[in-house]
Design a protein around this ligand. Structure first.
Ligand code: KIV
Ligand code: ZN
Length: 512
């Protein structure tokens, strides 16, 4: 019998901690559904005690998702743990993931606690959590920089209290593969009751080694759970990337000898969904999900692949969900064909109203763009005006004028709480004029810290996908908008970011 590697996805918790990546409850639910389709074993849906918004997100996901275990992060205290248990009540299978820092630096400078106090708190918290749920995971934060003797003592104690998963985070991305693998192996060898728990790895990517470190934790250390995120999303340089770790274990099954339950054909759709929701664009040369990951530009490679695919390809593009830029639908396509295509793409909209709204947008797009690709459909359903009627700001229409030698001018019509307003402004360029027109009315005072445009399906006929990152009073949010007209896409992205600024509530950070 081969071992199974448990895939624990933390896109909605650790991934969301990335500045600007905060997601609404509905966005999180949509991503959770995609993770369930991927057959992720454990979905860390959030940090229930950090804000009411996160509590609601964990609760909604716990009630809606039935095939994956749903987990909430929680600091090691009774209040956080009770909140997590409350949010997980509706889950088929729920897990509390509790953590406390164990490195000398974190205990002394951040927690201002002695090792003995940390030891007692960890033990008591796991005991408290085990009385509320049957599945408890414990993480010693900054575990990799902790003292080995202390770590052995605390981990032995929490396993004795009933923690069934022990996760060893490399919180600051300091590890190197061989040493991290040996670190996990030493812990497992030295802790007498280590066989009572599943060992898990959680690596950050500060030195670009999160995937390599996680795989070493599995191969050398014997870990059987990997914590990861779609596209490697996460604070600073991010977390271990799910698609890379999964495809490494699948492609090199000869070496790892492990099974993973992931349905890899949904990987690309998950990657696009996370990128479009958060505005974090995937670099073209990113392994597995980058636009160039399966592109062969050199003549020698093209020739080789045409003769025998495996000359230059170690994975099949279709196995991870890449379809070639197929024309899938046109302006004559009906609602049923559209619904079927959504289903084939693994997209499920929640209600008939959402399907109708998406179909209306599809028709609008098909009138302006003769060829509609899968990418266009995925962008269209990520557009928040399809999935949410309750946003404060909504795009209606716009016009703009620009001519060489003249200052561009734009007029934008948008809704504020359901009421239409029309505003105008000049600007350095048409995009600048449009966003200034919106800002003239909204007066958010937000600072724009990023503006980027990406062509969704490659050519100038393609839709433009715009990301706008705004910062206000210490909060950072990303808005994404798509349209064949990049000025319109920019206005939509700006309004989407303003909506997020409105809805983001202050939350407690999991680290720091
Ligand atoms: O990186 C880390 O240490 C974490 C813990 C909270 C598990 O994300
Ligand atoms: Zn982390």
């Amino acid at each position: 019998m081969t071992d199974k590697l448990i895939i624990f996805d933390t896109t909605l918790r650790d991934g969301e901690q990335s500045p600007g990546a905060s997601m609404t409850r509905d966005e999180k639910l949509r991503i959770a559904r995609q993770l369930e389709r991927l057959r992720v074993d454990v979905i860390e849906a959030g940090f229930a005690a950090s804000s009411n918004g996160d509590f609601e997100a964990v609760k909604t996901i716990a009630e809606a998702i039935k095939d994956s275990t749903i987990c909430s992060l929680s600091r090691a205290n009774d209040r956080d743990i009770s909140r997590a248990a409350e949010a997980l009540k509706g889950a088929n299978s729920g897990r509390i993931h509790t953590f406390i820092a164990t490195s000398p630096l974190h205990m002394e400078k951040k927690l201002r606690m002695t090792p003995d106090q940390v030891f007692e708190q960890a033990k008591q918290s796991v005991r408290f959590a085990r009385n509320l749920v049957g599945d408890v995971e414990f993480s010693p934060e900054d575990g990799y920089r902790s003292d080995m003797d202390f770590l052995c003592r605390i981990l032995e104690a929490v396993i004795a209290e009933g923690a069934s998963t022990i996760n060893v985070p490399d919180t600051v991305g300091y590890a190197v593969p061989e040493l991290y693998g040996e670190f996990i192996r030493t812990l497992r060898e030295r802790i007498p009751n280590s066989d009572k728990a599943i060992w898990s790895v959680h690596c950050h990517n500060d030195l670009g080694m999160a995937v390599a470190n996680s795989l070493a934790g599995v191969k050398i250390g014997g870990a059987r759970q990997v914590e990861c995120t779609i596209n490697g999303l996460g604070e600073r340089a991010g977390n271990c990337s799910l698609e890379e770790v999964v495809m490494a274990v699948k492609t090199r099954r000869d070496y790892f000898g492990l099974d993973v339950g992931i349905d890899t054909s949904h990987i690309v759709a998950a990657s696009r969904m996370v990128s479009q929701t958060t505005g974090f664009v995937v670099q073209p040369n990113k392994a597995v999900v980058g636009a160039n990951a399966f592109a062969h530009a050199s003549g020698i490679h093209q020739d080789g692949v045409l003769k025998a695919r495996d000359t230059y390809e170690i994975m099949r593009a279709e196995d991870v969900g890449w379809t070639t830029n197929k024309i899938v639908l046109g302006k004559l396509s009906g609602r049923n064909a559209f619904k079927q295509r959504l289903q084939d793409l693994g997209v499920s909209l929640d209600s008939e109203t959402e399907i109708n709204s998406a179909f209306a947008k599809f028709k609008e797009l098909a009138d302006r763009k003769s060829e509609i690709f899968d990418e266009d459909i995925l962008a269209l359903v990520s557009d928040e005006s399809v999935t949410s009627e309750k946003e404060q700001f909504g795009f209606v229409s716009m016009s703009q004028h620009s001519e060489t030698g003249e200052r561009p001018h734009a007029a934008v019509v948008f809704t504020v709480g359901g009421k239409e307003v029309r505003t105008e402004s000049d600007g350095n360029g048409p995009v600048d004029a449009s966003l200034k027109a919106i800002e003239a009315h909204v007066q958010s005072g937000a600072e724009m810290v990023l503006y980027s445009v990406n062509a969704i399906s490659g050519s100038t006929e393609s839709q433009g996908e715009v990301t706008v990152r705004l910062q206000n009073s210490g909060r950072v949010v990303n808005g994404v908008g798509s349209d064949p007209d990049i000025v319109v896409a920019s206005a939509k992205a700006y309004l989407s970011a303003l909506n997020k600024l409105q809805s983001t509530t202050d939350r407690v950070a999991a680290q720091g």
